[in-house]
Ligand binder design. Sequence first.
Ligand SMILES: NC(=O)c1ccc[n+]([C@@H]2O[C@H](COP(=O)([O-])OP(=O)(O)OC[C@H]3O[C@@H](n4cnc5c(N)ncnc54)[C@H](OP(=O)(O)O)[C@@H]3O)[C@@H](O)[C@H]2O)c1
Length: 296
Amino acid sequence: MAAEAKRTLLVTGAGGQLGTDCVACLSDTWNVISVRRADGDITNATAIADLFTHHRPAVVVNCAAYTQVDACETDQAAAFQLNAEAPGILARESVRIGAHLIHLSTDYVFDGTREVPTPYVEDDATGPASVYGESKLQGEAAVQSATPDAAILRTSWVYGIHGHNFLKAVLARARQVPDAPLRVVNDQHGSPTWTVRLSEQIGAIAEAGLSGVLHATGEGHCTWYDLAQRFFELMDIPVQIEPCTTADFPRPAARPMNSILENARLNQAGLNRMQAWQDDLAAFVSAHRQHLLSAS
Ligand SMILES: NC(=O)c1ccc[n+]([C@@H]2O[C@H](COP(=O)([O-])OP(=O)(O)OC[C@H]3O[C@@H](n4cnc5c(N)ncnc54)[C@H](OP(=O)(O)O)[C@@H]3O)[C@@H](O)[C@H]2O)c1
């Protein structure tokens, strides 16, 4: 008997941190269409309509976003166009062709004032403290107003081997200025999330056709300081790390002090594929230590 044809899954923002690993991780089970910005600008409704009509995906995973949190404060029009309006285009086009949309969102939709370590669950009141958070929250609303069938996947503190992230930044800093102590914020709490694990989670949501708001972050929580400590231990690089406060590092955009999300709905659905952040970090370093060293 002929093997069953793979269903088509289209990834937007396929050149980013998460998008690159999503394409790699899901290609075994799906016919993955990888759409980078140059092949499909998600703010261009005509381009997206043409793309969807041509490929007729069963699933669309939107990894494209304006993710430079501080730049969003000043580049507001572009942030809202990409994070708030474009998800509505993707949702309406998904409805038109009958595709299941999985749209990525963020912990920054919460204000983060809840006492640590009480986590936020999916139904908790939102209240973004930054333009980035507000633009992503409006993107969630744009998707929900187009269809109740989409999955809105809020994640946090994302890292992977592709693109830019906190781990690569602290590694580069430690290697470029090896004699100076590395000061890292120790009063923001959250859950580091590995792009490979999140991609597996996205695959499980796609298979199950899950809808609604879902939290998907690494299990457990830490501070940026804890994360840096554990990372350098695993990398076997001696670095003097000093804890500091958010106030010591003023930034244009406010960060939530408590970014801890509970994967409550995934647990209820029996579909939580996320793992302890410490285990995923160890797997990440084990897989990529040499590459990280040669690239930093
Ligand atoms: N990074 C985090 O810590 C974090 C935390 C919570 C939630 N999230 C969410 O997770 C998702 C993935 O994040 P990420 O870290 O993988 O982001 P990323 O690495 O910044 O990737 C975003 C991608 O979007 C693409 N893009 C930008 N404008 C576009 C446009 N008009 N049309 C199509 N593509 C466009 C970018 O392409 P270019 O490279 O060409 O600009 C880039 O490849 C986002 O929804 C983000 O909000 C991220």
